[in-house]
Design a protein around this ligand. Structure first.
Ligand SMILES: [Cu+2]
Length: 68
């Protein structure tokens, strides 16, 4: 199991938090998603077949691109 934190500056309300948590949870291999409105960070626990790249791609697709 890997835990990775993503910075997502476009999180601006509780709706964003909910959307991100729903969409990432749908990915196979993603076990836990916690998005935080105040810090604008998304913590994801996952294993194969989920990868950092797939999670990043999904965040881009739903218009919440992660930044470094
Ligand atoms: Cu929002």
């Amino acid at each position: 199991m890997t835990t990775q934190e993503f910075n997502v500056p476009s999180i601006h309300c509780q709706h964003c938090v909910h959307t991100i948590e729903m969409e990432l949870s749908d990915l196979e291999g993603v076990e836990k998603v916690k998005a935080d409105l105040d810090s604008k960070k998304v913590q994801v626990e996952f294993h194969e077949p989920a990868t950092v790249e797939k999670i990043t791609d999904t965040l881009k697709e739903i218009n919440y691109p992660p930044e470094e």
